[in-house]
Design a protein around this ligand. Structure first.
Ligand code: GRF
Length: 209
């Protein structure tokens, strides 16, 4: 798992792992920031951790090569991005294609990038949410696996909306990972399959939570 921050998604995935719902274990947690709360959560749970500080690398390519080296040392079924605030190079994405998954706090294709909650509020959206998607070279552009919606309340600000969206993130991310680990879900040669059936490129699975 790759992260940069507090690690609440790590915590939800860890809980699913411990209960058996995930169908797998977290082998390694890597952060690019020394102050990540996620590193503490992982350490306390006895998970191997690594700090690969991007500031120690002159280029994005050099940082990604170091990251790839750490990941290749393990036999990993899936690389989970959970609040990992770095854009990955095309070379990295190609190398791990089909084994890279991300969660984004918006109803993609709406609001790729940052400040998703404020952008949803500014647009007057009635709903916000989160999307789990496989990672492709396009930022937050890979095929959606699962989305969850929440209703925007009249008195919401970006923080209150983010907190409610985070609650549904914690439900859909372990679910999507479990589907991948049980091979119900596969992303091969640019096509997403669920239970062996190809989903249309624009197709999205909606799960109301
Ligand atoms: C989540 O909102 C996730 O969608 C986004 O970054 C945040 C990470 O939160 N990519 P946490 O570190 O898992 O608590």
């Amino acid at each position: 798992m790759l992260l940069s921050g507090r690690g609440s998604n790590l915590q939800s995935i860890l809980s699913a792992s411990q209960s058996g719902a995930l169908g797998g274990d977290i082998a390694l947690v890597i952060s690019n920031r020394p102050d990540s709360g996620g590193l503490d959560i992982a350490r306390d749970a006895g998970i191997e951790i690594a700090l690969i500080d991007h500031q120690a690398y002159a280029t994005r390519e050099a940082f990604d090569a170091s990251l790839a080296g750490a990941l290749e040392n393990q036999s990993l079924d899936l690389i989970v991005l959970a609040g990992f605030m770095r854009i990955l190079t095309p070379a990295f994405v190609s190398r791990f294609s089909g084994r890279l998954i991300n969660i984004h706090p918006s109803l993609l294709p709406l609001y790729p990038g940052l400040n998703t909650h404020q952008r949803a509020l500014d647009a007057g959206d009635t709903h916000a949410g989160a999307t789990v998607h496989y990672v492709t070279r396009e930022l937050d552009g890979g095929p959606s696996v699962l989305q969850a919606k929440v209703v925007v309340q009249p008195d919401d600000d970006a923080d209150s909306l983010a907190a409610r969206v985070l609650q549904v993130e914690h439900q859909i991310y372990p679910q999507a990972i479990a589907w991948h680990l049980s091979e119900r879900l596969q992303f091969t040669a640019g096509t997403l399959y669920l239970d062996g059936v190809a989903l249309p490129p624009t197709g999205q699975r909606w799960e109301s939570v």
